[in-house]
Design a protein around this ligand. Structure first.
Ligand SMILES: [Zn+2]
Length: 130
């Protein structure tokens, strides 16, 4: 009893419930299964960390803007100029998006989040907050 804080009691009881608890991969603390950051050591948990990593590696260009450009001006390659792919942008402009097929593929790639900018970073973020 002595020295036991209400917090310890809460942690202890949640541990008993089993299914709602997981263990931090960094410090081993029992934490809520839905937690994205360990409340004990403050380290992002694996899935959330991967998500953060993906977002950090994502293109600073807006996926929504690229999608709209590809939708309306895809055969002119405007979206390729937008992400810095000037070379293929010119090619798209001259070939009408390589007869429309390249433009269609780009549109699908952008929608699927696998379209990349000139530096190889995927366009993942629909709209960047200012
Ligand atoms: Zn931890």
């Amino acid at each position: 009893m002595d020295g036991e804080t209400p917090e310890d009691a809460v942690n202890g009881s949640s541990e008993v419930q089993g299914g709602t608890v997981k263990y931090c991969e960094h410090c081993g603390a029992a934490i809520d299964r839905r937690a994205v950051i360990c409340p004990k050591c403050g380290v992002p948990l694996e899935a959330f960390g991967r998500w953060m990593q993906r977002r950090a590696e994502a293109s600073p260009k807006s996926r929504l803007a690229a999608l709209l450009m590809a939708w309306f001006f895809g055969i002119l390659g405007i979206h390729r100029f937008y992400v810095g792919k000037t070379g293929t942008g010119v090619l798209w402009l001259l070939t009408l998006g390589v007869m429309g097929i390249g433009a269609l593929v780009d549109l699908i790639m952008i929608a699927a989040g696998s379209f990349r900018d000139s530096q190889g970073r995927p366009l993942l973020v629909w709209l960047h907050e200012e």
